[in-house]
Design a binder for this molecule. Structure first.
Ligand code: ATP
Length: 235
């Protein structure tokens, strides 16, 4: 579904991604793990067209997408849930979700998707007329994910969904990620500091260090890898 070939990216003169190569197949949950500042968010933002790449290629379903604008990528089926959620605080839950469906015109299917996200996160249905900014951190994460789902993504990019949340809420969010993948046929690319939990739901994982992919393996093998255990799992 997605292929990054020799992708490099920089902020001004500072190069932060050096030849990133990775592949995501339809239906997979893939996680990208790495230390603070390794380049995880930049990788996601390169895919979603927010950070322009300096060289290399990004292919989505075989088509080069590295020059396309973010809104075009959303229309093609790539949606990102950014780190820190970035919901619209002054809009209601309902209005935030409307924004997710902004590019769509299939009114009946949009209604089905409202029902779907409310079935995933019933608390959002209860709070649908409440301003987004008044929600708890966990509820805002649910809203950010739901807003992305309202665009009917084929590939959902999740940046640190567990950040700042209590363990019980994190478990709930991770369970829902699996559900979205299995029941809604959505491919997931998950960036996480919480490597242990991410690897427990992923099929495969990549490790990024200083803008370079250093390890790629099945999640099962990564969980057993001594270097990964020491560096990222705290074992
Ligand atoms: P974290 O887990 O802390 O978010 P990360 O692995 O997602 O880290 P990135 O956010 O991609 O890492 O950052 C990679 C490097 O790029 C870091 O050195 C960071 O300081 C730098 N960087 C990120 N955003 C910008 C920006 N807008 N301008 C300049 N440098 C940036």
């Amino acid at each position: 579904m997605l292929e990054l070939r020799n992708v490099t990216a920089a902020y001004g003169n500072i190069q932060v991604l050096h030849t990133i190569d990775l592949t995501i197949h339809a239906g997979e949950i893939i996680t990208l793990i790495g230390a603070n500042g390794a380049g995880k968010s930049t990788t996601l933002m390169a895919i979603s067209g927010i950070v322009p790449i300096r060289s290399g290629k990004i292919l989505f379903e075989g088509e080069p997408i590295q020059k396309l604008a973010p809104e075009k990528l959303v229309a093609m089926g790539i949606c990102q849930v950014p780190e820190g959620r970035h919901i619209f605080p002054a809009l209601t839950v309902q209005e935030n979700l409307d924004m997710g469906a902004f590019l769509r015109t299939d009114t009946d299917a949009i209604k089905d998707d409202f029902d779907y996200v409310f079935s995933l996160f019933p608390i959002l249905a209860e709070r649908r007329h409440q301003d987004g900014g008044t929600l708890s951190g966990g509820e805002q994460q649910m809203l950010a994910m739901s807003r992305a789902l309202m665009a009917r993504p084929k590939l959902l990019l999740l940046d640190e969904p567990s950040m700042g949340l209590a363990p019980l809420i994190i478990k709930q969010i991770f369970d829902i990620i699996v559900k979205i993948n299995k029941e809604h046929n959505t491919t997931i690319f998950l960036v996480e500091q919480n490597a242990n939990q991410a690897l427990h739901i992923a099929n495969r994982g990549y490790v990024i260090e200083n803008g370079v992919i250093t390890i790629s393996d099945t999640a099962e093998n990564l969980l057993k890898n001594q270097d990964i255990k020491k560096a990222y799992l705290g074992i």
